[in-house]
Ligand binder design. Structure first.
Ligand SMILES: Nc1ncnc2c1ncn2[C@@H]1O[C@H](COP(=O)(O)OP(=O)(O)OP(=O)(O)O)[C@@H](O)[C@H]1O
Length: 881
């Protein structure tokens, strides 16, 4: 079947999983399916569509309504007729369209089953729960309940309180990863932990041994044995004890011998050793040369490096420590739940947790679901590749008891090649698993699409060529690897003259500010595109974009741009001003913040007046001074009017202080002062409201926890709603998911991201004899010998590397007509990319380009008139009426 026929088939009333590449119209397919279902259900609420973001949900709802109102659209007439017959009034009742994020859906379920969920009323969801995490850890460490386990943890981590505290707090944000594992661990017999841990090591070792046997023939194995006998005989290294060994046994006892072989053949940097010397145990004579040559002649056996990471077998001490650490983590988690309940606030992990528990309590979860306000018959899930295990479990419970015969359907849509949310627990193997095993009791028929309607054929071809090289050849659940499936351009209208694909290789001499130079280069590149083309600049992290944005702000003031969720709220001057207002209203003696509010645009007192009022009086409060008529007579009449207006508004607020919640009080003062009129951009009100919400959740009716507010505003990002008018848009790749642009530029290819802090524990799963085992390891204070933790960490890093490839795929597939990649390196003895960067992935294809280019020494800084330090922002103040 071709794609058009498959899309038609996907509208049939049965369950499907659609696997389709970027730009293949998954969103429109989902909308079509939703519309089709509306023609058969009794109530619109029977259909629940899960989207990945709130934005996607609102766009899909708008699309559905638009399509219903289009009289020509295929299902419109039937739906409108049905809506009339059944009294849905669908056109005016958007809330009946159950299109929402998974978090919202969980919250809906939880709030409808309050008794089971133990949450009395609809809880507040917080995006910034860090302070509550900190509190839970602090209370756990101060409590006496688990003193013995606390001692074990402190002894293990050399009593470094700060470090332990920080790691425990960090673990709270990923507790869905470990909670059940830790619970099981504390219940398990010590012997079982030891046995499973060692079975895991055995399993990994055997995998390496199998590879050795597949690559080395008997002669080469014999050569290795001979080399070892030679090294034992000359006795320059002490770690070889062969005892007449004539062949390899490939067992656990042999691990240390293979580790020695790896040390001989590879350097500490894990490259194959070219210069074999006495240090490796070889004499500098003819005989030694023979054995050195035998080493050099061995084929590529890089996989042997993995043996270096196999640690000593797990013992009882290890297992007991693991239990203690698990117990402390569970205690923190328990405390956290108590705090959430006390504050009627939850984070997103808690919501799904409560929902899963509530549904799990009832053997027949479907009975419970029947008691919900609405009965669900059709579940549609977008971006299914980024579903987490806990979300999947929850959704499986929702469809519990469904049978295909009951005309209830599940429809999953996604692209495993775009799975990029591992850090939020997305697990791409769920997609692979669902294709094979279905969705709980519902079998899913796979539909695979391949047409791309977004990008020009030039771009599609380039992407195919690159990713066939970069992405793995085979899927591997264990390695978090997704193989590449090429797509086909269905877009014919862009010919090769309009469309562009270019890799820009920039090689700089040393001592050049490479970030500034690259920013300059990108600005010049932007200037080459026609003014009607919309440009998106995409990078891995916010910090990579900030460099470029700062450069544009300083040197290219004529560029109009949007930067989506790049800066935090604390960077917004209007928010800083409201913060000052809040401090000032709660503390009349807080001189700094009082002066700040007098200078804020909604008050706007000039510096001369401030100097006259305050420079000679350091004892009275600002509030006292501005009410002193003698002092006030000294300043300009403009200043007097402005301050009098402020006094009137504040006095009125202070009179009402006891009757109004503090958030409302400050908000109304800000509004009365004309705060909204002073915003540069009317869209800023969205962020101002975010700030007031933070103020509300961080305050009691009469006081504010300013430490919490200041923390939250550094963690909450400015929305900077993408405005269609701005030609240039900046996004992190994660935020650009699902979007498309005429021109895409991906700069900073060689920029690294900050390595995340070590997790306190990490786990891996492995299967043997049809059983699945979990193995958990705790981080070690030292990094010397091979540890189980390092081993799991290495496997995890490999999965992250696979995800990095997919992230690049997401970025490149956003382009419609033009795609430009920009990478910069410094020439220092040699040219090479930083590890774990986009450039390192592309090096095999484009590495040579960096040598072919002329070295860039320095370029003139463009359009700046004067130095950055001399830049003074314009004073903005409300006009007095
Ligand atoms: N059946 C179709 N025929 C022609 N164009 C289509 C069709 N479906 C979608 N499109 C267009 O193709 C482009 C990509 O569609 P859409 O964003 O839905 O793809 P997607 O599969 O969700 O992509 P991604 O996974 O990359 O976000 C859009 O411009 C859309 O208007």
């Amino acid at each position: 079947m071709n794609d058009a026929e498959l899309r038609e088939k996907a509208l049939h009333l049965s369950s499907f999983i659609v696997e389709a590449p970027a730009g293949s119209g998954k969103t429109s397919l989902l909308t079509d399916r939703y519309l089709k279902l509306l023609t058969v259900v009794d109530t619109p609420e029977e259909i629940v569509a899960i989207t990945f973001t709130k934005k996607a949900a609102s766009e899909m709802k708008a699309k559905i309504i638009e399509r219903i109102k289009e009289s020509q659209s295929p299902f419109a007439q039937t739906i409108l007729k049905r809506s009339k017959e059944k009294g849905w009034d669908i056109e005016h009742n958007l809330s009946r369209l159950k299109v929402m994020t998974i978090d919202k859906f969980c919250l809906n379920v939880v709030s409808q089953i309050p008794v089971l969920s133990k949450m009395g009323q609809k809880p507040n969801i917080t995006d910034t729960p860090e302070k509550i995490y900190e509190e839970s850890v602090k209370q756990t460490l101060q409590a006496k309940d688990s003193i013995e386990d606390i001692k074990v943890v402190f002894t293990h981590y050399d009593n470094e309180y700060e470090k332990i505290n920080r790691r425990l707090v960090a673990m709270m944000s990923i507790r869905d990863q470990w909670k059940y594992r830790c619970h099981t661990l504390t219940q398990k017999a010590t012997k079982q932990i030891i046995d499973e841990g060692n079975a895991y090591l055995e399993h990994l070792t055997q995998t390496i041994y199998q590879k050795i046997n597949a690559v080395l023939n008997q002669d080469q194995l014999n050569d290795l044995i001979e080399i070892l006998h030679y090294l034992e005989s000359v006795n320059l290294r002490k770690d070889i004890k062969l005892e007449n060994k004539r062949s390899f046994n490939f067992d656990t006892e042999e691990i240390s011998l293979w580790q020695t072989i790896a040390k001989i053949l590879f350097t500490d940097k894990n490259t194959r050793r070219e210069n074999i010397t006495v240090r490796e145990g070889f004499k500098n004579d003819d005989e030694g040369e023979v054995y050195k040559n035998k080493c050099r002649n061995l084929p590529n056996i890089d996989f042997l490096l993995a043996i270096k990471t196999i640690p000593e077998p797990i013992n009882e001490t290890y297992a007991l420590k693991l239990k203690s650490i698990s117990n402390i983590l569970l205690q923190c988690e328990k405390k956290l739940r108590q705090l959430f309940r006390q504050r009627n606030t939850v984070d997103f992990i808690e919501i799904i947790e409560i929902a899963n528990e509530a549904l799990g309590k009832n053997d027949a979860a479907s009975d419970l679901l029947l008691s919900l306000d609405y009965k669900i018959s059709h579940l549609l899930i977008d971006e299914f590749q980024d579903t987490s295990r806990s979300h999947f479990n929850f959704l499986k419970k929702i469809v519990d008891g469904w049978t295909p015969e009951a005309q209830k359907t599940v429809f999953c849509v996604g692209d495993p090649m775009q799975s990029i949310y591992k850090f939020r627990e997305a697990d791409v193997s769920i997609f692979i698993e669902a294709k094979k095993n279905g969705f709980n009791t519902i079998p899913l028929e796979t539909i695979r699409l391949k047409d791309n309607y977004r990008s020009s054929s030039l771009i599609v071809n380039e992407i195919n060529q690159i990713f066939e090289n970069i992405l793995p050849k085979e899927d591997s659940i264990q390695e978090g690897a997704v193989s590449y499936k090429p797509f086909v351009s269905a877009k014919k209208e862009y010919d090769f003259n309009i469309s562009e694909f270019k890799f820009h290789a920039l090689t700089f001499t040393e001592n050049i500010d490479i970030d500034t130079e690259e920013a300059k280069y990108v600005c010049n590149l932007i200037d080459t595109f026609p003014k009607n083309e919309k440009i998106a600049i995409l990078t891995r992290s916010r910090s990579h974009l900030s460099e470029l944005i700062n450069y544009i702000r300083k040197f290219k003031p004529n560029f109009r741009f949007n930067a989506v969720e790049i800066d935090a709220l604390d960077k917004h001057q209007s928010i800083q001003d409201i913060l000052s207002l809040s401090y000032a209203m709660l503390d009349l003696s807080d001189r700094i913040h009082w002066l700040a509010i007098l200078r804020a645009p909604w008050c706007g007192v000039m510096l001369n007046d401030l100097a006259l009022l305050f420079q000679n009086d350091h004892n009275s409060t600002v509030w006292e001074i501005i009410q002193d008529s003698n002092k006030m007579n000294e300043i300009s009449s403009d200043g007097r009017k402005r301050i009098q207006r402020l006094i009137d508004i504040l006095k009125n607020a202070f009179d009402n202080q006891s009757k109004t919640h503090i958030r409302r009080l400050i908000e109304s003062v800000w509004m009365n002062l004309g705060g909204e009129l002073c915003l540069h951009n009317p869209n800023d009100i969205v962020d101002i409201n975010k700030f007031f919400d933070i103020l509300q959740t961080s305050s009691s009716p009469i006081s504010i926890d300013f430490e919490l507010v200041e923390h939250q505003i550094t963690k909450t990002y400015l929305s900077d709603i993408p405005s269609a008018e701005e030609r240039i848009q900046f996004f992190t790749i994660h935020k650009a998911k699902g979007l498309e642009f005429d021109v895409v530029i991906i700069p900073s290819l060689n920029s690294t991201i900050r390595a995340s802090d070590k997790k306190m524990i990490m786990s891996d799963t492995f299967s043997e004899n049809n059983s699945i085992y979990d193995v958990t390891a705790f981080s070690e204070p030292d990094n010397k010998s091979p540890h189980l933790y390092n081993l799991i960490h290495g496997i995890e890093k490999n999965r992250e590397e696979n995800e990095l490839k997919r992230l690049l795929y997401v970025a490149m597939t956003r382009a419609r007509v033009k795609l430009h990649l920009v990478g910069s390196v410094t020439y220092k003895d040699e040219i090479k990319p930083a590890s774990s960067t986009f450039l390192s992935l592309l090096w095999g294809i484009y590495g040579n380009n960096f040598y072919e280019q002329k070295l860039i020494e320095n370029t003139e800084i463009g359009t700046l008139n004067g130095k950055i330090e001399e830049f003074v922002p314009k004073l903005m103040r409300l006009k007095l009426i």
